[in-house]
Design a protein around this ligand. Structure first.
Ligand code: UT7
Length: 331
């Protein structure tokens, strides 16, 4: 019997209108466009300014865009997964709210948190549900309102992150397209280098934690950079090797958009030409869980049925991995 694979059959996206450029950041902290561009590849990022709007606001927009493009009713969706490091609230499931708001009345929903690898892990989860035969339509949304956890007086983090959301639909495929292989890893040693100290069960919120700015992202950039460069390149090379893929067999690298230098190092290790590397970090910065689906959203028209895509991500925890996927449609 032919194996059922899990393919991406539609993509949606949303980024807020407000643009925060390097030039404007120059007026906020001691930095400059030249430093940000050469060290990270970022020129501008989007910031969600709507009042009382959280991550779900963007997730809903991305999901609605996808449903409209795919031409299906939300009631057909079996499962809604929201990959995010910035849920609307610490406890109530953001995914449950998103599912209800889009009208996915027959779905169950939950959030998945693995920092910048959330969407990559979410793809694996979605594909497993499809491959098992248990569900037919799985919506995976990667969304983060990073501006809600960034200290805009800290130049080491505020230049990096942005807000956005992307969504993909996974469905069964009988032509062997979709997710082919995955290599997922984690290492708890990483939490000292990239974290938010307070607001969790170890250090609940207090006047003190607010005063000490412990609810913002802390990153030891240099250390994270070292781990990210070697691990993202390693898993990308490994997944190629394991699937007997040469550089000519790979049409696209879809890498997490944390730093252009990390992306270049990964592409170099894979032997890929620059034209095969999907990049939008210059326009959005690091949107955490939204980087991978926003790449698909931006470059969808260039992706052709049968194209081999390697996804790779690295994030807080540490968490990282790669996924080999065959694209399933022409748009
Ligand atoms: O997505 C989750 C995973 N995260 C990542 O993968 C991020 C990994 N890390 C990075 O991308 C980079 O480490 C950063 C972009 C965060 C920093 O770049 P770097 O080349 O590692 O810079 P650095 O931290 O080594 O700092 C170099 C210098 C320092 O000055 P001194 O000590 O050499 O005088 C910093 O104080 O640059 C200074 N600096 C800045 N200068 C201007 C740090 N931030 C800035 C800034 N503008 N925004």
């Amino acid at each position: 019997m032919k194996k059922t694979t899990a393919a991406i059959t539609a993509v949606g996206g949303y980024v807020p209108d407000f643009v925060l450029s390097n030039k404007v950041l120059e007026t906020m902290v001691d930095t400059n466009d030249e430093w940000i561009t050469t060290r990270t590849g970022i020129k501008e990022r989007r910031i969600l300014k709507e009042e009382n709007a959280g991550t779900s606001f963007m997730a809903i927009k991305a999901a609605e865009d996808l449903l409209q493009k795919r031409g299906i009713e939300a009631s057909e969706i079996d499962f809604v997964l929201v990959a995010t490091a910035t849920p609307d609230m610490p406890v109530a499931s953001t995914a449950a709210y998103v599912a209800s708001e889009i009208g996915a009345v027959n779905a169950f929903a939950y959030d998945l948190q693995a920092a910048c690898s959330s969407f990559l892990y979410g793809m694996s989860t979605a594909a497993s549900y499809i491959e098992s035969g248990r569900y037919k339509k799985v919506l995976v949304i990667g969304a983060d309102k990073m501006s809600s956890i960034i200290d805009y007086t800290d130049r080491t983090t505020c230049i990096i992150f942005g807000d956005g959301a992307g969504a993909v639909l996974f469905e069964p495929n009988e032509e062997g397209l979709g997710l082919q292989d995955e290599f997922l890893r984690s290492d708890g040693i990483g939490r000292q280098f990239l974290k938010i100290d307070a607001g969790g069960s170890i250090l609940p919120a207090s006047e003190e934690t607010v005063k000490n700015k412990q609810h913002y992202v802390f990153q030891d950039g240099k250390s994270v950079f070292k781990f990210a460069v070697s691990n993202m390149a390693d898993v990308s090379a490994l997944i190629m090797e394991r699937n007997n893929l040469t550089k000519d067999d790979v049409q696209w690298l879809a890498p997490h958009q944390a730093n252009k230098r990390i992306i270049d190092a990964t592409a170099n290790r894979m032997g890929l030409e620059a034209e095969k590397v999907l990049i939008n970090i210059d326009r959005y910065g690091n949107t955490t869980s939204a980087t991978l689906p926003l790449l698909l959203y931006d470059f969808e028209k260039q992706l052709k049925k049968g194209d081999n895509i390697i996804f790779a991500a690295f994030g807080g925890g540490f968490t990282w991995g790669s996924i080999y996927l065959k694209w399933a449609y022409n748009s």
